[in-house]
Design a protein around this ligand. Structure first.
Ligand SMILES: Cc1cc2nc3c(=O)[nH]c(=O)nc-3n(C[C@H](O)[C@H](O)[C@H](O)COP(=O)(O)O)c2cc1C
Ligand code: SF4
Length: 428
C-alpha cells in the first residue's frame, strides 16, 4: 500500500515519508524530530502524569476503530501500583486496511517513540509490538528495534510478537492471550487488559497509529494537535482509500474531512460509484448522498454508520453490492473464534441467507428470517466481532434495497458473477 500526498499542513505522521520518499531509519528520524522528549530531571510519576494530561488536553482518541479516549485508558493503567506492559497493536486484521502496515514500515521510530513515552507514563516494564507473524513487517520492525538498542534509546525493552493473520486475532484480549502463550482468541471480560493483561499485569493496548500521535503530541503539544481536525475529533488520521478511485492508497487527513474529499484526495472516482464502504468489514455501507458526512465518530454515529479504523472503499456501479456483502459475510463467519453460540451459529446463518439473496434464490421468508437473526445477535458475543458483522449486513440491506428487489424479481444478476472487488483473504 502506498501513501497518497495531501496538502503539506495536514501531513504529520507521514511528513518524513513524503519528504524522504522512503522509510525513515533512526538517523533520518532523529534528524527530523530530535530525540524522544523523555523527561529528564522530573520524577517518573510526575512526568508520566504530565504526559497523560497533555494527551487528554489534545483530545486524542484511539485510531484502532473504537475511538476511545487514549488518556483515559492510560490513566487506568497508570493507576495500578503494579508494573505495567504496553502493547502496540499493529496486527491490522481488516483486509481493506493498510495504514498500520504503512506507518510502521515508513515511520517505525515515531510509533516506537510513542510506545516508549506511553510506557514511561504508565510505568511499564516492557513494550510488545504485535504484527502479523512471518512477514516483512515483522523483520523490518525487528530491525528498527535493534537500531534503537544500538543507539541506547530503549529505556524499556521492546520485543516484536508475530500474531496469526486472523481477523479476531488483533482484538485486544486475543492479542493478550497470544502474548501470554495461549490461543489468539478473544477472552471473556472482565477483567479487561488494563486490569489484568500480559503476565497478569495492567496492560495498555493501543493501535500503532495512536502511539505515533502520542509521539508528536509529546513534542509539539496539545494546541498544535488540535490545530487540525474538528473540535470534537482533533488531529489527523490515516485513511486507507481503495476501490474505484484513481490513486488508491493511505491518506493522512484531518478528522472531519468528508468522505467525498477523501475520495478526491485519492484521485477521485475512476468510474461511476453506487456506494462507499466506510469502516471496513465491521463498518457500514454509505449511500452516495452520505459521502458528505465528515469523518468524525459523532457525525458517523448520527447517520448510523461507524468510522472504524479509517477504511474507505469506493464501490462502482458495475459491481453487485449484494454479492460483495455476501462474500464478506461468508468470510466474517469463517473468522469466528468458535467460542460463543450467537457468533458460531448466527454468523454462518446470516451468511447463508445473504448467499441465497445474492444468488437470487431468496423469497420473502428469507428476508424475514434474516431481519430476525440480525436483531438477536448483536451484543451477545464475548467480543464485538458479531456486532460488526451484523452492522455490516444491516447496512447492506438498507443501502442496496432496490438492487435486492431486482435480485428477488430477476432470477439472475450478471454483476454478481463478476470477480469480487472487496479483498477477501485466501480468495484467488
Ligand atoms: C474483531 C476485532 C478486530 C480488531 N482488530 C483490530 C486491529 O486489527 N487493529 C487495532 O488496532 N484494533 C483492532 N481491534 C480493536 C482492539 O481490540 C483495541 O480496541 C484497539 O487496539 C485499541 O487501540 P486504540 O485505543 O488505539 O484504538 C479489533 C477489535 C475487534 C472486536
Ligand atoms: S464473539 Fe465470536 S469471535 Fe468473539 S469471542 Fe465469541 S466466538 Fe470468538
Amino acid at each position: 500500500m502506498t501513501a497518497s500526498a495531501t496538502t503539506a499542513s495536514t501531513i504529520r505522521l507521514l511528513a518524513g515519508y513524503h519528504a524522504l520518499g522512503r522509510a525513515a531509519g533512526l538517523s533520518d528520524h532523529l534528524t527530523q524530530y530530535g530525540p524522544p522528549p523523555l523527561p529528564g530531571t522530573t520524577t517518573r510519576s510526575h512526568a508520566g502524569q504530565r504526559l497523560i494530561q497533555v494527551v487528554e488536553e489534545a483530545g486524542l482518541t484511539g485510531r484502532g476503530g473504537g475511538a476511545f479516549p487514549t488518556a483515559r485508558k492510560m490513566r487506568s493503567v497508570a493507576a495500578s501500583r503494579r508494573r505495567a506492559v504496553v502493547v502496540v497493536n499493529a496486527a491490522e486484521g481488516e483486509p481493506a486496511s493498510g495504514k498500520d502496515r504503512l506507518l510502521l514500515t515508513v515511520a517505525p521510530h515515531l510509533v516506537l517513540d510513542g510506545a516508549a513515552l506511553a510506557a514511561h507514563a504508565v510505568g511499564a516494564r516492557e513494550i510488545v509490538v504485535c504484527v502479523h507473524a512471518g512477514g516483512r513487517l515483522a523483520a523490518d520492525t525487528e530491525r528498527a528495534v535493534a537500531e534503537r538498542e544500538q543507539a541506547r534509546l530503549t529505556a524499556v525493552p521492546i520485543r516484536v510478537c508475530g500474531v496469526p493473520g486472523r481477523y479476531v486475532a488483533s482484538e485486544e484480549t486475543a492479542l493478550v492471550s497470544w502474548i501470554n502463550g495461549g490461543e489468539a482468541k478473544p477472552a471473556f471480560t472482565p477483567p479487561r487488559p488494563y486490569e489484568r493483561g500480559v503476565d497478569g499485569r495492567p496492560t495498555l493496548v493501543s493501535n500503532a497509529e495512536t502511539y505515533a500521535h502520542i509521539a508528536l503530541i509529546a513534542r509539539y503539544g496539545p494546541e498544535w494537535f488540535r490545530s487540525c481536525g474538528s473540535p470534537d475529533a482533533p488531529g489527523t488520521a490515516l485513511f486507507t482509500v481503495t476501490g474505484a478511485v484513481a490513486a488508491p492508497g493511505v491518506i493522512e487527513a484531518p478528522l472531519g474531512t468528508s468522505v467525498a474529499d477523501l475520495l478526491r484526495m485519492a484521485g477521485g472516482p475512476s468510474e461511476q460509484l453506487q456506494a462507499v464502504l466506510a469502516g471496513g468489514y465491521g463498518g457500514t455501507w454509505l449511500p452516495l448522498p452520505l459521502v458528505h458526512t465528515p469523518t468524525t465518530p459523532a457525525a458517523f454515529a448520527a447517520t448510523g454508520a461507524a468510522l472504524g479504523p479509517g477504511i474507505i472503499v469506493a464501490l462502482p456501479t458495475r459491481a453487485c453490492g449484494v454479492a460483495e456483502s455476501a462474500w464478506v459475510l461468508a468470510w466474517l463467519a469463517s473468522e469466528t473464534a468458535g467460542q460463543c453460540g450467537p457468533c458460531v451459529f448466527g454468523l454462518p446463518a446470516i451468511a447463508a441467507d445473504f448467499a441465497a439473496i445474492a444468488n437470487c434464490q431468496a423469497d420473502a421468508s428469507v428476508y424475514r428470517r434474516l431481519q430476525q437473526r440480525l436483531s438477536v445477535i448483536a451484543g451477545r458475543g464475548a467480543c464485538r466481532h458479531p456486532d460488526g458483522a451484523v452492522r455490516f449486513a444491516a447496512s447492506a440491506l438498507q443501502v442496496f434495497g432496490s438492487h435486492l428487489s431486482f435480485h428477488e424479481r430477476a432470477g439472475r444478476c450478471l454483476a454478481a458473477r463478476r470477480p469480487g472487488l472487496l479483498p477477501i483473504p485466501g480468495r484467488g
